[in-house]
Design a binder for this molecule. Structure first.
Ligand code: 5RP
Length: 252
């Protein structure tokens, strides 16, 4: 089911924001306001939308004097937590996460999604898996009827560096366009927080028996050298999507 929800956001927070960023902000605030409670362990995702969630979380912690622990999903998340003076934890100290909040690159109404546009999918999936409630936040451009139709950069797959060529060839044999992700400088491959490479494999629309997201996730993760892939199926319990018209849709 999907229905609109009300989110209270101060006008100052929205000042100067594009409609897309305002959508990200509203979705982030909706998730933090509905899910964060005192004494919780909170998984902090990665990307641009989570920045708004951490802003709101820090505001609520300050104003309501909340005690929370934050478990990061990336180096970016560690920095965000530190910059906001929030308590930084990890899965060794707090292995059970109450709620994890994270962005998505594309999401279908059944709450399956593609993640990893920022290259953080492995730690994001570990944190999501170990949380009681995993909540997605995104702007309206991420809503889709079939994964692979809007996010056409491909399913991000984190691989052990020595295996990237055979994995790339295997993906091509499966009909995908499989590209080694390069660093922004183009001087070399993009190296993840875990020291691995990313292959972006575009299969077209993820539909049909072998390409259905759940089946494809299993197939990809069985390839030796694949650490994990950016298909998150059956993990998210809810999503908040901030559309450009100012509405926030709540998927459950
Ligand atoms: C990083 C991710 C991000 O959550 C995803 O790319 C969405 O990012 P943004 O909030 O910038 O749209 O999976 O690995």
């Amino acid at each position: 089911p999907v229905q609109p929800v009300q989110v209270a956001v101060a006008a100052a927070a929205l000042a100067g924001k594009s409609a897309k960023d305002a959508g990200k902000l509203r979705a982030a605030y909706a998730a933090v306001d509905r899910h964060v409670k005192d004494k919780q362990v909170i998984g902090i995702g990665s990307g641009s939308t989570i920045v708004f969630a951490v802003d709101r979380l820090a505001e609520r912690v300050r104003e309501e004097n909340l005690t929370v622990q934050c478990v990061p999903t990336s180096f970016q998340a560690i920095q965000l937590i530190r910059q906001h003076n929030l308590p930084l934890s990890d899965l060794s100290a707090t292995p059970k996460i109450d709620v994890a909040i994270d962005g998505a690159d594309e999401m279908t109404p059944d709450l399956a999604c593609i993640k990893g546009g920022g290259g953080c999918l492995v730690q994001e999936k570990i944190v999501a898996y170990n949380s009681d409630t995993f909540v997605l936040i995104a702007d309206g451009s991420k809503e889709s009827d079939a994964l692979g139709t809007k996010w056409t950069r491909g399913v991000p797959i984190e691989v052990i560096p020595m295996a990237y060529v055979p994995i790339q060839k295997q993906l091509e044999g499966m009909g995908a366009t499989a590209k080694l992700r390069m660093a922004t400088s183009k001087a070399g491959p993009c190296v993840t927080d875990n020291g691995n490479f990313i292959i972006d494999a575009h299969f077209g629309a993820l539909q049909g028996d072998s390409l259905a997201p759940a089946a494809l996730e299993k197939t990809l993760c069985m390839i030796p050298g694949v650490v994990d892939c950016g298909l998150f199926v059956g993990m998210a319990k809810e999503a908040f999507i901030g559309r450009e018209d100012g509405t926030v849709m709540h998927y459950t």
